[in-house]
Design a protein around this ligand. Structure first.
Ligand SMILES: C[S@@+](CC[C@H](N)C(=O)[O-])C[C@H]1O[C@@H](n2cnc3c(N)ncnc32)[C@H](O)[C@@H]1O
Length: 283
């Protein structure tokens, strides 16, 4: 049962200009565990059912990817309000082409599809995504979650125009009723959602990549975790701040297992599990 020994460049070429990212990418791919020597049955099962490249994929992948291609070729302008960590002035508006934003923001298909397999395989009920952007990854999460009758996905986006683009994507995929979209700042909307849900099964953090914000979302969301809750953090090597947050999360006393896929990091709180940090390759 070998791992595909392929050494691919990361899909986001912009990040090749980011020395911190590049250095960690090389470190990751030279130290990641091969699945043959993975001794944790829990992580082995996660790998086999969700991370490993699946030979059969659902038809909906093609539909979502068609919409991604349309966004990547859409030269209409929208007013983009940046709330994220790279914003020089939070809340400042600028006109930007949908295609440029799609190139910058959307998670590569391979990673978004891993998220689909996770929500499809595990019966997560209360799912929160921070950072809808144009809804491509949200659509993968939501279609996977449709495998479980009680699953509820809530997603938050701060920019009004981007929120509008995502709404159209959900409509085209008939996902309008499967997704509860919130327009607003994570800092204001997340506490309300956490208050309203009985427990949190899956949290996907893909926005506002600063150390402080990431740690805040992590600490706030801990109030609703249970033994099988999963937190996923995007872009853990995007900056030294994000890597510092990732290292701190790994050491948190309530965290047991972490799985570092370089592009995203998975965090588990399973009490029966020995504390262990895994690094696996996805490309
Ligand atoms: C990297 S994009 C998300 C990409 C998306 N998950 C995907 O792969 O399709 C991050 C999004 O989070 C939004 N965002 C960042 N910080 C935010 C905040 N504090 N409140 C609300 N939205 C925020 C940005 O406007 C942006 O659309």
């Amino acid at each position: 049962m070998g791992f595909e020994p392929i050494f691919f460049l990361p899909p986001s070429f912009i990040n090749l200009l980011n020395l911190h990212y590049l250095k960690n990418f090389i470190r990751h791919y030279t130290t990641a565990t091969y699945i043959d020597v993975l001794h944790s049955p829990f992580v082995y099962e996660l790998y086999q059912s969700c991370i490993k490249k699946q030979t059969e994929v659902p038809l909906v992948f093609k539909e979502i990817e068609t919409l991604r291609t349309q966004l990547l070729h859409n030269n209409n302008f929208i007013a983009y309000t940046d709330f994220g960590a790279s914003a020089h002035y939070k809340g400042a508006k600028k006109n930007i082409k949908i295609s440029s934003l799609a190139r910058k923001h959307l998670k590569p298909a391979r990673i978004a599809q891993i998220l689909y397999f996770i929500t499809h395989h595990y019966p997560y009920q209360h799912i929160i995504e921070l950072g809808t952007s144009m809804g491509i990854t949200t659509s993968y999460l939501a279609t996977g979650a449709q495998n479980h009758i009680n699953a509820r996905l809530q997603t938050i986006e701060g920019c009004k125009d981007v929120f509008g683009v995502a709404a159209k994507v959900f409509k085209q995929l008939n996902l309008g009723s499967a997704i509860k979209s919130h327009h607003g700042n994570f800092d204001e909307v997340l506490p309300n959602i956490l208050e309203e849900i009985p427990s949190l099964d899956l949290l996907f953090v893909d926005g506002n990549h600063s150390y402080e914000a990431t740690m805040n979302y992590f600490n706030q969301s801990l109030s609703k975790i249970h033994n099988t809750t999963l937190f996923i953090f995007d872009d853990i090597y995007w900056s030294t701040e994000m890597t510092a947050a990732w290292e701190e999360i790994k050491c948190h006393p309530r965290v047991s297992v972490t799985v570092d896929l370089f592009f995203i990091g998975l965090v588990y709180f399973r009490k029966e599990q020995v504390k262990q940090d895994f690094k696996l390759r996805v490309f």
